[in-house]
Ligand binder design. Structure first.
Ligand code: UD1
Length: 363
């Protein structure tokens, strides 16, 4: 069986890594790895291939950055000849980014089966580009592979036949569990001159937070107060950096001595940093899941989440972006946070093996 696997952005790479390994072990699948090039900086892409032992992509479409329409269209135009040449049995896409929907659409229009990993997740917020990508990708997929039960429920309520839906667990956690021991050896705490548990982490990149200077300023108002009590490490996403300078908010950040910006970090350094932090503030989806398994409190600076299981079990709180709410949540979390919760079912390091078995059984 020939499977084309698509990866395009930083959070896709830790999802294809365990799959590539599971294909190899199965000895029954010939994988082709396509990198769309949606992310292209060494720190957002190349480093992850190296650290996660992902084979070099067979094909790099090198589409780069552009508006949503142009980026999606360019990926489709570049991906179609690849599918025509390789004639796969299945195209497998992960996550919810423009590369996911673009390649999914090309596959189904050529009559190729489509498998979607992380199917069914919904924030129910259609202003998020990722929500549109999720809904569209799921609606054209033949195999819907879910990380948590909410995904199964959402897909059934949208009319997807139950026999096409599989709860396989969380493939991102496969990578986390495989690499956590190696990550513990990272010297990132020394490099940043930090003590265990004596700092918080911040990541921000959602358009709703960083493209709008008013929201971004509101978050900075909160950070100004919080950094007086605990240093905040802020590995900054390229989109966020660009907007910080464009809106002159970088001047404010410079006046906050304990809000420390770093370049985007590699996988192992970031895992080490997360697992050593007092708490994490983020608008990322994957970090809500990773902090759950690491049992580090997560404060989500959004009004919703597509990973509701993390909130239900109590590892994650939806805080929003109001200044006072962020400050209050940080106070509460530093005063104590229960780490005594059940990790969601099947977040056990074996999701990729389950996916390979389903591909072989079903297709
Ligand atoms: C994309 C995904 C988002 C995901 C995120 C992870 C979509 C719609 N969004 O958002 O769901 O959570 O990736 O990071 O697919 N840039 C660089 N170097 C890079 C990549 C990007 O400088 O290697 C800059 C470019 O200026 C670009 C901007 O970042 O314009 C945004 O990049 P893009 O990939 O379009 O979207 P993300 O914001 O990263």
């Amino acid at each position: 069986m020939k499977v084309i696997n698509v990866a395009g952005v930083r959070p896709n790479f830790m999802k294809v890594a365990p799959l590539m390994e599971a294909y190899k072990k199965s000895n029954q699948i010939e994988p082709v790895l396509v990198h769309t090039g949606q992310h292209y900086d060494e720190s957002m892409s190349g480093l992850f291939f190296h650290e996660l032992d992902i084979p070099e992509p067979d094909i790099n479409l090198e589409v780069g950055s552009a508006s949503h329409a142009v980026q999606t269209a360019e990926i489709m135009k570049a991906f179609e000849p690849v599918v025509l040449e390789h004639k796969p049995d299945v195209v497998l896409v992960v996550g919810d980014v423009n590369s996911t929907i673009a390649c999914g659409l090309v596959a189904v229009k050529l009559g190729i089966k489509l498998a979607h990993v992380e199917a069914g997740l919904r924030s129910f917020d259609r202003s998020m580009p990722e929500e549109i990508n999720r809904i569209l990708t799921d609606s054209i997929s033949d195999l819907l592979l879910c990380t948590e039960q909410s995904g199964v429920v959402n897909l059934i309520s949208e009319g997807v036949p139950e026999e096409d839906i599989f709860l396989v667990g969380n493939i991102m956690i496969d990578s986390l569990l495989k690499y956590i021991d190696k990550a513990k050896q990272s010297n990132i705490l020394d490099r940043l001159n930090l003590n265990h548990s004596d700092f918080a982490i911040l990541t921000l990149h959602r358009p709703a937070n960083v493209d709008d200077p008013i929201t971004f300023s509101r978050i900075l108002d909160a950070l100004e107060v919080i950094q007086r009590h605990i240093p905040i490490i802020f590995p900054i996403h390229p989109r966020t950096r660009k907007n910080l300078f464009a809106s002159y908010l970088d001047r404010r950040v410079k006046r906050l001595p304990h809000l420390r910006l770093t370049h985007p970090l590699g996988y192992l350094d970031f895992l080490k940093l997360m697992s050593s932090a007092r708490f994490v503030m983020t608008d990322s989806g994957g970090i809500q899941e990773e902090t759950t398994v690491l049992r580090i409190p997560c404060l989500t600076l959004r009004e919703n989440t597509e990973q509701p299981v993390t909130v239900e079990i109590g590892s994650n709180r939806i805080v929003g972006t109001e200044t006072e709410k962020i400050i209050e949540a940080c106070k509460q979390v530093t005063n104590g946070h229960s780490r005594n919760f059940q990790i969601p079912p099947l977040w056990d390091g074996h999701a990729a093996e389950r996916i390979v078995k389903i591909l072989l059984d079903r297709l």
